[in-house]
Ligand binder design. Structure first.
Ligand SMILES: NC(=O)c1ccc[n+]([C@@H]2O[C@H](COP(=O)([O-])OP(=O)(O)OC[C@H]3O[C@@H](n4cnc5c(N)ncnc54)[C@H](O)[C@@H]3O)[C@@H](O)[C@H]2O)c1
Length: 387
């Protein structure tokens, strides 16, 4: 069992208990568990831990569920994190804060929490939620930092909805121009929280994450925020292909613009409630830019194009990312399934082409060959229309 820390303030039995008379004690104490401990998961734990020690509404301790791995020296990752206060595999050299406790036991990690931060690669979420059914406290709130979606026969299911459906809890999302390693060394950046109805809950999440170098805004558009964070990884693959073929800045900017237009159009076709203004938040254009300039999807796609398509994305992911996961290729496949199911490939040439390049059906150079794709449709003001 993972160790625990002593909170510096008096313990309150129930975080929702408001019957005591001491001002300190009547404040609800929310307990946070971070479900995931990769690169971004570790940085999220660090950000949160720096706030829980300062803000009385939160319990100091932050549990971080670790998918257990054995390090090359034979030591368990969770043990190494607790001994060094660093995630030696996914975020080496950065102290997480002494109040972060790594816990390899998923059920134990969540059992006291009433604020759950989901931050794992998206392909693992359904399995994790299955294990958590019936194991979490009533009235627990969740937030997802996960980019990606699940495609079911009836259509796309965003990760926040998957969490809500499987666990019966409300789930906000946090997305933004957030390359984890830069936030880890406290370089200034911004993020956007999307919520469905309860603004107060969204603002509590913002308090948990906000620091002088990490500014968080809240918007009532959970699908828009989440789709921005998810779809931009497909555009980043396209940007990486362009880099790998040395096509230059004009081409890359064009790819980013076309990609942003497709992101907005697909989001609005899938969820008419999605707001245009969301695309101007950190989760929209800012995240698109940072991911196309510096993210891991761009990096691997660049290597793929440089190899002339001879090396697979799986092989390059393993070689270049040191255990980190690539999201863009699987998201491109998921998007393609949505498009082909609805007959929308022609109006989303960039999304369609990225997937066809990833599976080896087209060469990397096809990323700039749109003119040959005759279509009766076009995207006008974010909506698909007949020409
Ligand atoms: N890293 C970033 O800069 C960044 C920024 C914003 C958002 N995100 C998003 O955050 C999410 C998590 O990414 P990350 O960077 O924290 O992770 P990561 O890619 O760095 O690490 C992969 C994680 O998955 C875990 N894992 C491996 N196999 C598993 C399994 N079978 N079950 C459960 N977990 C398993 C590993 O232990 C590790 O913690 C992703 O959706 C990503 O798109 C990442």
């Amino acid at each position: 069992m993972a160790p625990s820390i002593e909170g510096k303030r008096p313990e309150v039995k129930s975080p929702m208990n408001t019957t005591c008379c001491n001002r300190e004690e009547i404040t609800p104490r929310y307990r946070v568990t971070v479900v995931g401990s990769g690169n971004w998961g570790s940085v999220a734990a660090k950000l949160i831990a720096s706030n829980t020690v300062k803000l009385p509404i939160f319990h100091d301790e932050v549990r971080m569920w670790v998918f257990e791995e054995i390090l090359p020296g034979g030591e368990k990752l969770s043990k190494a994190i607790n001994q060094t206060n660093e995630n030696v595999k996914y975020l080496p050299g950065i102290k997480l804060g002494k109040n972060v406790i790594a816990d390899p036991d998923l059920e134990n990690a969540v059992k006291e929490a009433n604020m759950l931060v989901f931050v794992t690669p998206h392909q693992f979420v359904a399995g994790i939620c299955k294990r958590l059914v019936g194991k979490i406290k009533p009235n627990t709130e969740a937030i997802s930092l996960i980019k990606g979606m699940e495609v079911k026969t009836e259509g796309p299911c965003m990760i926040s909805k998957l969490i809500t459906d499987m666990l019966g809890i409300n789930c906000c999302v946090l997305m933004g121009a957030n390359i984890a390693n830069e936030i880890a060394v406290e370089k200034f950046s911004e993020a956007t929280i999307g919520y469905k109805q309860d603004k107060e809950v969204a603002q509590r999440w913002a308090r948990l994450f906000c620091t002088p170098y990490f500014l968080v805004s809240v918007v009532q558009d959970v699908e828009g925020v989440e789709l921005c964070g998810t779809l931009k990884n497909v555009v980043a693959i396209a940007a990486g292909l362009v880099d790998g073929m040395n096509m230059g800045n004009n081409t890359k900017a064009a790819i980013m613009r076309i990609g942003l237009r497709e992101m907005r159009a697909l989001s609005k076709l899938l969820f008419p409630s999605v707001r245009d203004s969301t695309f101007f938040e950190s989760c929209g254009v800012a995240d698109l830019i940072t991911t196309c300039l510096g993210g891991r999807n761009r990096k691997v796609a660049e290597a793929f194009a440089k190899s002339g398509g001879k090396r697979s994305f799986d092989e390059l992911e393993a070689e270049l990312l040191g255990g980190q996961k690539l999201q863009g290729v699987s998201t491109a496949k998921e998007v393609y399934e949505i498009l082909s199911h609805r007959g929308w490939q022609a109006i989303f040439p960039l999304f369609t082409t990225v997937h066809e390049i990833c599976i080896g059906q087209l060469p990397s150079s096809a990323i700039v060959e749109y003119s040959e794709q005759a279509t009766n449709f076009s995207i006008v003001e974010g909506l698909a229309q007949y020409c």
